[in-house]
Design a protein around this ligand. Structure first.
Ligand SMILES: *[C@@H]1O[C@H](CO)[C@@H](O)[C@H](O)[C@H]1NC(C)=O
Ligand SMILES: *[C@@H]1O[C@H](CO)[C@@H](O)[C@H](O)[C@H]1NC(C)=O
Length: 403
């Protein structure tokens, strides 16, 4: 009797202890978010355990979330949804059923998940693409590019690039009734990284005649150079994407060699001969004062001898679009960048917005004070937050006006 009573009292206490995570101040619905994040936290612990035991790669185990969340392609009264392939890369295609009034707009979408996780078929991505297709009467192509660690940089980039290039051919656009002057690329997180990289690469591709109308970057990852930006400080308290997970995603994109991960974790992975690149991520010049928070700029510490030679990808603008020169940025299409205050990637997006503006690109920088990384995905019950609806609505509004 006594033991049972003890268990009855202890269990909820243990559960509460497990669910509790420190939340940064100023976040919307912090208690609800804390509870919603518990399954993610549990999968993270499980993945760390099986990785430690040598049973499975950490990222393979993390894919449990993707697997649970994935739904088959199903059409509804508004949108026909099919799974197909463009240039041998699997895509999920959303075609509106509503009669078009003229040619349609189109979006090529890249999902997030640190280049290692995620799927176009995850409920939240499926829902986002479906709504964009329905509300804009637009064709949406959501790409299932191959993932690291099995397929490292540049494979994920090459997959999304090859789909975009395939879709932008006049014969394909006209097959789907798409207006070639109204096509955008879009993506969130690692997908925002891919979208920014694709938009840059298209500028230099003489084979592509169609120009993008816009690029849409939702809390994108844009640089590997400085992982100690103000937004990365206190990074282990940030919901959903703590600093250590972001460092893991970045390093896994290039290699599973722990020496790159460790060097990135201590922000000593860039060799002195690449020092000139730091001007592109100099937050003392590129961040607004409110985001610098009075922190003093410290010059980079060089290190990682040999890492950049072995894994040159992390200094390649196709992986780190912020490292492109101003001359290259100048020709980019109009841009929407969403950043969230409680996100290690906040400064990547904010600095890109600043650099693009300085280069003369039309930029809408939507910064949300009470949001966190990944927030836009939480629009579906039971993982539903008011802030997600707000972010999603402003994203769709921008698309309606600018695409
Ligand atoms: C179809 O579109 C209408 C109008 O936008 C919307 O009210 C309805 O919920 C949509 N149906 C589905 C299944 O999404
Ligand atoms: C960054 O900018 C500051 C001035 O705002 C300057 O003192 C510093 O040398 C710059 N550092 C690099 C690496 O560009």
């Amino acid at each position: 009797m006594g033991a049972k009573l003890l268990c009855l009292c202890l269990l909820p206490a243990l559960l509460a202890y497990y669910i509790y995570s420190p939340m940064p101040e100023g976040l919307a619905e912090p208690w609800k978010l804390m509870v919603l994040l518990t399954p993610f936290k549990a999968v993270g612990h499980l993945a760390a355990a099986v990785d430690l035991l040598g049973l499975m790669h950490y990222m393979e185990a993390m894919r449990l979330i993707t697997v649970i969340e994935t739904v088959v392609a199903t059409s509804d009264e508004n949108v026909t949804v099919t799974s197909t392939e463009f240039n041998n890369v699997p895509v999920r295609l959303y075609l509106p059923r509503r009669a078009p009034d003229g040619l349609r707009r189109a979006m090529v979408y890249f999902h997030g998940g640190g280049w290692c996780l995620g799927d176009a078929g995850m409920k939240s991505y499926d829902h986002m693409c479906r709504r964009v297709s329905n509300e804009l009467n637009a064709v949406v192509v959501s790409v299932n590019y191959r993932l690291a660690p099995e397929h490292r940089f540049p494979v994920p980039f090459e997959d999304v690039y090859s789909v975009t290039k395939f879709f932008l051919q006049s014969r394909v656009l006209s097959q789907y009734g798409v207006d070639p002057t109204r096509v955008c690329v879009a993506g969130d997180s690692a997908g925002g990284n891919l979208a920014a990289a694709v938009a840059q690469q298209l500028l230099e591709d003489a084979e592509v005649k169609t120009k993008l109308k816009a690029q849409v970057l939702l809390y994108p990852a844009l640089q590997t150079l400085d992982l100690d930006l103000p937004s990365y400080r206190d990074g282990d308290n940030k919901p959903l994407l703590p600093r250590r997970l972001m460092v893991r995603f970045w390093s896994e994109y290039f290699t599973s060699d722990p020496s790159l991960r460790e060097a990135m974790a201590s922000n000593r992975h860039v060799p002195a001969e690449s020092g000139h690149l730091f001007q592109f991520v100099n937050w003392s010049q590129l961040l607004p004062a409110g985001m610098r928070k009075g922190l003093a700029y410290t010059a980079p510490t060089y290190g990682g001898a040999g890492l950049a030679r072995r894994y040159p990808g992390f200094l390649d603008p196709r992986a780190a679009p912020l490292l492109a020169s101003d001359a290259r940025l100048r020709h980019l299409p109009r841009t929407y960048i969403l950043t969230c205050e409680h996100d290690v990637l906040r400064d990547d997006g904010a600095m890109y917005a600043q650099r693009l503006r300085a280069a003369g690109v039309t930029v809408t920088h939507d910064h949300t004070q009470d949001a966190f990384h990944g927030a836009i995905m939480f629009t579906l019950w039971p993982f539903e937050l008011a802030v997600a609806h707000r972010l999603f609505n402003s994203y769709v509004e921008w698309l309606k006006e600018n695409l």
